[in-house]
Unconditional design. Structure first.
Length: 277
């Protein structure tokens, strides 16, 4: 079956399975069709499997539907990122979607660090990210959306971008978020909404404690051009950020990750080399 439905639509799917083998996590299974794949794994830390998700077309066009499934078996340790922002282009009568399902088995750990999603003006797109945790699994991840292309003078005046993020543990919902960004809506400008900011980000980590919260708040207090806050809900740390550029939010989240990684994973922040290119 071809992944391309016609000359202007793609159906792409990628399934990745990670397994702990001796002292190292390996990519034990990879199934895909369509323009969604990964580079070979990298091991800058010897044992953690660093993986770069690739979408060669560079953006999601009208009628495109992508599906990503990531499975970490017991004790697997993985870091996943992307080499560039995800782009959701202007749509006609057809919408586009990206569904991401992540399953973490007991004792596994995932650092989910994608670049931002850019919602082009007049796009019609939906992104679902669902993370399912076993009781002792550890998760650190972020999600960033940029409305329009402010650096190019393109405002988000029309279209819709729907975002859903779900975090479950042992079948129990821990965090269910639903966001609808409508181009030109009052919520994008009002103080109770985005207050005129064009970029919004959320960072989540479990097995956090008061020391992690204090470390996160120290980073948030620096500002760096962003409006940031951190809170602790049971053992989940949630950080939120609003800014006027994706770079500001991204740099802030990388600083948070660098500060929190030693506390949550017992490791120093080893920046994926793809971020330096």
């Amino acid at each position: 079956m071809s992944a391309q439905i016609n000359n202007s639509e793609w159906r792409a799917r990628l399934l990745l399975t990670y397994r702990k083998r001796d002292e190292k996590t390996v990519l034990a299974g990879r199934e895909h069709y369509g323009p969604l794949t990964v580079q070979k794994p990298f091991y800058p830390e010897a044992d953690v499997c660093h993986t770069y998700l690739l979408h060669p077309p560079g953006g999601i066009a009208p009628g495109d539907h992508l599906s990503l499934n990531i499975v970490l078996e017991d004790a697997a340790e993985v870091l996943v990122t992307t080499p560039a922002a995800g782009k959701f282009y202007r749509c006609d009568h057809r919408g586009s979607s990206l569904q991401q399902h992540i399953h973490l088995a007991r004792g596994s750990a995932l650092e989910w660090l994608p670049q931002e999603s850019i919602a082009f003006n007049n796009c019609s797109a939906e992104v679902l990210t669902r993370v399912e945790l076993a009781d002792t699994a550890r998760f650190f991840g972020w999600d960033m959306v940029c409305l329009g292309r402010p650096a190019s003078g393109e405002a988000f005046t029309g279209g819709n971008f729907r975002q859903r993020f779900e975090l479950w543990r042992e079948g129990r919902p821990l965090l269910l978020e639903r966001s609808l960004y409508s181009g030109g809506a009052d919520a994008l400008q009002k103080p109770w909404g985005l207050n005129g900011h064009t970029v919004a980000g959320t960072l989540i980590a479990n097995y956090a404690d008061e020391s992690a919260l204090q470390a996160a708040r120290m980073v948030c207090e620096k500002g760096g051009g962003a409006l940031s806050a951190a809170t602790l809900v049971e053992d989940f740390l949630v950080c939120r950020c609003l800014a006027d550029s994706a770079e500001t939010v991204r740099n802030g989240f990388i600083e948070l990750w660098s500060a929190l990684r030693p506390l949550l994973f017992g490791r120093e922040g080893t920046v994926p080399r793809i971020w330096n290119t």
